[in-house]
Write a protein that binds this ligand. Structure first.
Ligand SMILES: [Fe+2]
Length: 109
């Protein structure tokens, strides 16, 4: 679905391919999270949630080590997939004022 959305924004085939790979690998960092945390049916306590919040960075580092720096987009899908526009996401709490389609011309090719 994310790739279809990006396609409708006019992204190039190469960028769509990198984005798709990033989407497939986005939660790879969860392999470093204990299964009792991943599978806990109830709300996580603060320390366990802190551990869970590490998976984007762990995934970013793993994907980057596997693929090198061939496409930053692939790594950053893993790194930023829990970020939110209002800054309440993780791991960095970055914020923005992005509007869907606003940068369309930037990625047209
Ligand atoms: Fe995730």
């Amino acid at each position: 679905m994310a790739v279809l959305l990006a396609k409708n924004l006019g992204w190039s085939k190469e960028r769509l391919r990198a984005f798709g790979i990033g989407c497939l690998l986005h939660d790879l960092g969860k392999i470093f999270i204990d299964s009792d945390i991943l599978n806990k049916p109830a709300k996580l306590d603060a320390s366990k949630f802190d551990r869970m919040k590490a998976h984007p960075l762990l995934g970013y580092e793993l994907v980057k080590s596997m693929l090198g720096s061939s496409s930053n987009l692939i790594h950053h899908v893993a790194y930023q997939h829990h970020e939110r526009q209002d800054g309440s996401g993780y791991p960095r709490g970055i914020s923005g004022k992005n509007i869907l389609g606003q940068n369309k011309a930037k990625y047209d090719s």
